[in-house]
Design a protein around this ligand. Sequence first.
Ligand code: NAI
Ligand code: MN
Ligand code: ZN
Length: 338
Amino acid sequence: MKSIVVKQPNDLIIEEREVPQPAKGEVRVKVKLAGICGSDSHIYRGHNPFAKYPRVIGHEFFGIIDDVGENVDIARIGERVSVDPVISCGHCYPCSVGRPNVCESLTVLGVHRDGGFSQYAVVPSQNAYTIPDEISDESAVMIEPFTIAANVTAHLKPTENDVALIYGAGPMGLTSVQALKGVYNVKEVIVVDRIDERLNMAKISGADRVINNTSLSLKDELDRLSIKPTVIIDAACHPSILQEAITIASPAARILIMGFSSEACPITQQSITSKELSIFSSRLNAKKFPVVIDWLKEKLIDPQKLITHRFDYIKVIQAIETFEKDQKQCCKVLLTFS
Ligand code: NAI
Ligand code: MN
Ligand code: ZN
């Protein structure tokens, strides 16, 4: 089989490997589609501190089970599945409180262990979620990015009275827009970005208002419009954003950050406590595949709106470079496997 392997930073090859045998409790997935995410590019470029090389990257993938290991029902062979990349121990403190995404011995497929950019991948059976026939292959491969929004909104508990502001109209901002509007029906969703083409995608995904903050003060603009966001999601993740979010937030607002920058961001106790703000963070997803599968069954979200490019896996370098360079036209780039 062919696998896409990052041998070391900036050195990616398509390698011939043995088709893996599923171990006890595992299934083998014949991969059909995989999505390129920022973190794949970060591992390729050597910017992910958790990555170990060589690594088969890819943590967003869909395919068909074609073999099972010991202790797995043989009837699973032939199932269409999407794979949750989060592998957890099941018994540490975070696992015991329903937070396997921050398991003390967390393993993420495509980061800590070989992932889905391969003709075949072996994964724990419980990580391979059955996809109902009514959900298309392309929607199924988009489940993982939407589980990030499911995790974010599980923390924020949005309501119809909320006015939400999202920083960033990349894939993460857009999945959040769709969840807030399609699933939670919040009153208003405002998206802030510096790229008009991306803001246009935010409108297509349901944003009520978009603001390009390249050359204006977001605070002044919101004051002018008399908008006080009650929910703020930082899906742009620049370290300067948290302070601004605290400043523009309504009293009693909830703010959620998703970034991994190690740069300090100065914030004061007073600015948080005086408005009694709640600040959450969200990482990966805590068993949110079934949630997003339900969203898809009920047609509350539309992943097609995010898919802009498709490449045969042989052209993976071109696909990643397009994803990295063309922020105006590119959102989700899919790789097709045969
Ligand atoms: P992206 O890079 O495609 O999108 C970020 C967007 O933010 C871009 O459109 C950019 O123009 C915009 N932006 C940057 N600075 C801004 C500013 N100061 N004001 C307004 N807009 C600004 O990235 P993607 O894939 O959407 O991911 C977003 C972030 O979320 C990344 O930092 C990524 O590391 C993080 N992430 C976190 C996850 C988690 O579970 N915590 C999961 C996936 C991604
Ligand atoms: Mn991803
Ligand atoms: Zn654990």
